[in-house]
Design a binder for this molecule. Structure first.
Ligand code: ZN
Length: 232
């Protein structure tokens, strides 16, 4: 199952590489099919290293450059950096307003983000991103009295029809990414600071994982999602 041709999609990722590692094949496919895909990167990713010689502010710059490289691989329609501090996202008004603003600006039919409610170990930024994105869709982006200052800037209320969650515990939607494996891996490995250079061995491991997912639906390689219909 995939999106309609005329779709516009907003991808809301907690850290710069999360969308690539979890939904890169799907994003590549959507872009190749001519859909308008805009990526919103919530945090600056400035804590994503085990190298003690790397300064957080330098890492943040590196990760923006890596994200823009991934965007070129896909052919994204745009990238928005919210530049919130890494490991500090909260379910609060500041973060919610930023997501509502992006929804009203780009008017997506589908919003793709990370599933917030996982049973066990989860990154706090991921939980906050999924939760706040869902709240931003319903009811905030819909209602003109939520962040009414947006109206003065020409940002009208908007109804997102569907949410797709990556890293879902109980997925119900599968996308055939067999033809988009190369693009997926190239986009993912644009994040050199996180995943290093591409290698045969790593490609093979990823292929095996995507193949396991594909077996559930009959695709050679697939990515999986939880899909929620909100407005029609
Ligand atoms: Zn992350």
């Amino acid at each position: 199952m995939t999106a309609d041709d005329a779709d516009s999609i907003l991808v809301v990722t907690p850290h710069p590489d999360d969308s690539e590692s979890s939904a890169g094949g799907t994003i590549a496919r959507w872009c190749a099919e001519g859909k308008k895909v805009v990526l919103v990167v919530c945090t600056d990713g400035s804590k994503g290293t085990s190298d003690r010689s790397v300064k957080p502010e330098d890492l943040a710059k590196t990760r923006e450059a890596e994200t823009l490289n991934a965007a070129k691989v896909y052919g994204l329609a745009g990238v928005e950096f919210l530049r919130m501090p890494d490991q500090a996202l909260e379910d609060n008004d500041e973060f919610r307003e930023k997501i509502v603003r992006q929804i009203r600006k780009h008017k997506p039919r589908i919003l793709l983000t990370v599933e917030p409610d996982r049973s066990y170990l989860r990154h706090r930024d991921h939980a906050m991103t999924g939760r706040v994105a869902l709240d931003a869709i319903f009811p905030y982006s819909r209602d003109h009295l939520a962040y009414p200052e947006h109206l003065e800037e020409g940002l009208e209320p908007h109804k997102v029809e569907e949410v797709w969650f990556f890293r879902a515990e109980k997925p119900d939607t599968y996308v055939d990414i067999t033809d988009y494996f190369e693009a997926r891996q190239n986009a993912l490995h644009s994040h050199v600071s996180q995943v290093g250079e591409r290698s045969e061995e790593r490609d093979q491991r990823t292929r095996e994982r995507l193949s396991e997912t594909g077996k559930k639906i009959g695709f050679p390689l697939a990515e999986s999602f939880k899909r929620i219909k909100i407005f029609r």
